[in-house]
Ligand binder design. Sequence first.
Ligand code: SF4
Length: 220
Amino acid sequence: MPLTNFPKPTIVISKCIGFDPCRYNGGMVQDKFVARLKPHIEVISVCPEVEIGLGIPRAPVRIICSGDELKLIQPSSGLDLSESMRGFTSGFLDTLEKVDGFILKNRSPSCGFTDVKFYSGPERGPAIGRTAGLFGGAVLQKFGDLAVEDEGRLKNLSIREHFLEILEAFRRGRTPLCSAASILRSWIIRFKSKYLREQTFFSPFPEELMTLDDSGGSRT
Ligand code: SF4
């Protein structure tokens, strides 16, 4: 079990994934993979919405498109939280001295790093597109070469394997033969490029030779 034989990697995790009932509705998400990973990692848990002063429970926030800009707003109060979220995010990410990866809450307008709905305005209506949350997007921009995933995508076995593989490579401070290909492959999976994913360059040797552990609970 490689993850237990070496110093523990440090992972930033959205606090509502099993650490604190800090969701807008006072709830918490239970995730089997994160629960299994916990003993093997050092955790930095964070809830950006609570950090910028929103309470628990709180009215939901959403991303709206305003001109060329995406804003984080709270429709019920009319508050524009964009600046405070961006301020907190850059301060928080700048203080991270040693971090090996991130597990973020999917679809959250704050933590999600992909597949987050955005709207034309605060009024009720259908989403007009998908983007990254303000916190999650900044994580991807600053730490995109690390293991960055969300708990929803990590239910997929192959995504989970790549997450662990990249985490392992960075954690051990080495550059394994497969490191560059692994990073490229994780981006291909992240951005759903089927054509590139099928290229043999990204499978230079049999999968069973990869130093991976399947710590996930279910194969999806
Ligand atoms: S998704 Fe992020 S901002 Fe929302 S409750 Fe979870 S940790 Fe907090």
